[in-house]
Write a protein that binds this ligand. Sequence first.
Ligand SMILES: Nc1ncnc2c1ncn2[C@@H]1O[C@H](COP(=O)(O)OP(=O)(O)OP(=O)(O)O)[C@@H](O)[C@H]1O
Ligand SMILES: [Mg+2]
Length: 319
Amino acid sequence: MERIKSLKRNVVIVGELNVDLIISGEEIKPELNREKIVDGFDMVLGSSSAITACALAALGVHVIFVGVVGDDYFGEFCIDKLNNKGVDTTYIQKLSTCKTGVTLSFSTSKDRALLTYMGAIPGMLPEKLPAQLLKEADHIHFGSFYLQKGMQTYWQQLFADAQNAGVSTSFDTGWDPEEDWKVDLIGRLLKYTDLFIPSEDEFRNIFGGVSDQNIFEKLPMERKEIAVKCGDKGAILFLRNKVIREDGYSVHPIDTTGAGDSFNAGLIFAYLAGKRGTELLNFANACGALATLRVGGAEDVPDLEEVYSFMERNKPLLQ
Ligand SMILES: Nc1ncnc2c1ncn2[C@@H]1O[C@H](COP(=O)(O)OP(=O)(O)OP(=O)(O)O)[C@@H](O)[C@H]1O
Ligand SMILES: [Mg+2]
């Protein structure tokens, strides 16, 4: 496998921003009228899009973040953290009409439960996109389809324009708190999406299970590459007429927050570097697995050298 050396590309991320307040330990389930003591607490930059942005910047691409926050301390915190990771924050606007969003994350070593106060997140609207967006981008990504409500019906137009301009595209759905899943909107968007990157649960809720038959029957014909994230089982890549399954790396996770978003960064990075199929999935799996070894998502994001040295030290399971 030939290593990617470096990559000079501009990735624009149109994203939601919020802080994550992470409560960690094994006994973290809140119960009404009870008080429990937990093992750990952290305040970190949250949001799928922001974690993907930081992870991509650490890998060495130029990341431009477009989004909105409230005009408050948490908003400043988000912008500072992105800047510290080398993300270009020129196009982040502060809205005086709402507060920055907050996610409370109850995290065990295996999984997590999230409670989100949306704040400014739905306040990202098509008219806030910079006019020269497509000129500055080699690739456009967004996270949290269901939370970025102000953009939901516009993505198709943006991605169609991107496709015409030779700009590649990707998105991650995240969980739908309303559990409506908007299968028609997602299905239409896939036509213009180079990389669709849901988790297995999200995919099941939108299109039914991940059986090969289901995929080929239910997904629109014009779809491109779809990478479904399967936690410790690794990931599955659905091409137009072929399915590639790659096992995950063997790790002892500390906090799974941001594994999916780091996987996204790895997938986008390797894709822009020309990797496809097994190599593409392996690189993304390594980025996802590495993210489980640190608390939060955007902190201590690995550079390219660290990802490759992890891949050398840890072979995927069952190989
Ligand atoms: N326990 C684990 N062991 C090895 N790899 C893991 C583990 N958990 C996650 N990964 C890697 O990270 C990827 C993304 O994780 P996961 O499938 O949990 O996504 P997600 O549910 O979208 O995560 P997130 O909660 O961060 O959005 C997986 O496809 C896998 O490559
Ligand atoms: Mg996810």
